[in-house]
Design a protein around this ligand. Structure first.
Ligand code: FE2
Length: 358
């Protein structure tokens, strides 16, 4: 079996999870010659499932996402000036986004038209290794219910973090790797969830520790602790060594007060994802880092995907290890381990070479 035909099989499995059936319409959105092989595979899979399919392919690129090149800015897309393309996408039952529309007005408009949307830009072997499961969806949805019932979320770590979010003003967003509900967006692969603090309702200190990951925008394991002071939902101060200087300089470069806002907060549930994944493979946009089991995902910048009005293009995601998280003073995660039975899963482990040799 060729690599492409096995990828078609994987796309058939994915579209099946997405509930694609005979008579539905699957639109694939791409730009330039990027991920043409993905577009072909998704369309072949859609045909196999009896759906109607087509590729909306734009002549210009928005952001650079792959490898070590390209600026990570979000929210601006070439769809903004292309009503015909927008109309084609809004008529679909499912839109496969091979570009990266997240944080854009156009994505929200397509969702509001009723199309479910699936973002897919990660390397094919990551799509396969981190393939979604219904149990992961269950644990993400249990997490969603717990957060939806709470009015505060607090997290700490041994490095000195202690920050509290007033929650409830924004919805909980789930990402479990597929989507079968009209108007719902998801990202393959995933396995995490988040909400946002009230606009002026995040206070405390986040100390990003050694080994935590500034995945967006640096794809970097932190070498020295970074102390971020937050009051009333805004970053007041960033202190530490070179990683702190990088963050300060990066955020300052946007010349945008909204870049100092606090964005989403949540945790990772994907037991197949590895904390160390980024160390030996930098091709991805970091879904494995965002999703690894038991991480606390701290984020700054825009919150319009949650319905807020912060539309800055400066977005920072920092998956942190070994944190403790409380919802209304009830522990959910202690030192990076879930303490609620319904959220527990066995981390995927691999036998050391000495044990797998016969
Ligand atoms: Fe994010």
């Amino acid at each position: 079996m060729s690599a492409q035909s096995s990828f078609v099989d994987l796309c058939i499995e994915e579209l099946t999870l997405c509930g694609v059936k005979e008579g539905e319409t699957v639109a694939v959105l791409s730009q330039l010659d990027e991920r043409i092989d993905y577009a072909d595979a998704f369309m072949a899979a859609a045909v196999k499932l009896g759906a109607t399919t087509y590729n909306v392919r734009l002549p210009e690129a928005s952001t650079g996402l792959l490898g070590d090149s390209g600026a990570w800015t979000v929210g601006a897309t070439p769809l903004a000036n292309n009503q015909a393309a927008m109309d084609s996408l809004k008529r679909a039952d499912l839109v496969i986004d091979l570009m990266f529309l997240l944080f854009s007005k156009e994505q929200l408009e397509i969702q509001e038209a009723g199309a479910r949307m699936l973002l897919c830009v990660e390397p094919i072997d990551n799509l396969s290794r981190l393939f979604p499961t219904s149990d992961q969806r269950r644990r993400v949805e249990v997490s969603e219910e717990l957060i939806a019932k709470a009015s505060t979320l607090r997290f700490t770590n041994a490095a000195g973090s202690d920050v509290t979010y007033k929650i409830g003003s924004y919805p909980v967003m789930t990402e479990y790797g597929y989507t079968d509900q009209p108007g719902r967006w998801d990202h393959w692969p995933a396995g995490f969830l988040f909400t946002g603090g009230a606009d002026d309702g995040v206070d405390g200190k986040v100390v990003v520790d050694r080994g935590d990951i500034i995945i967006t925008p640096f794809k970097k394991f932190v070498d020295e602790p970074v102390e971020i002071t937050i009051s009333s939902g805004r970053i007041d101060d960033i202190r530490g060594g070179s990683d702190a200087e990088l963050l300060r300089d990066y955020i300052g470069g946007f010349d945008d007060e909204k870049a100092y806002g606090i964005s989403h907060i949540g945790w990772g549930c994907n037991e197949k994802a590895r904390w160390s994944g980024l160390a030996n493979d930098r091709r991805s946009i970091g879904m494995e880092s965002r999703a690894f089991y038991g991480n606390t995902l701290f984020s700054t910048g825009p919150n319009q995907e949650l319905g807020g009005d912060n539309d800055t293009q400066c977005h920072i995601d920092i998956p942190m290890r070994n944190c403790s998280v409380w919802l209304d003073d009830e522990p959910v995660i202690v030192d990076g381990e879930f303490v609620i039975d319904d959220l527990k899963a066995q981390r995927t482990t691999f036998a050391p070479p000495s044990q797998s040799r016969s």
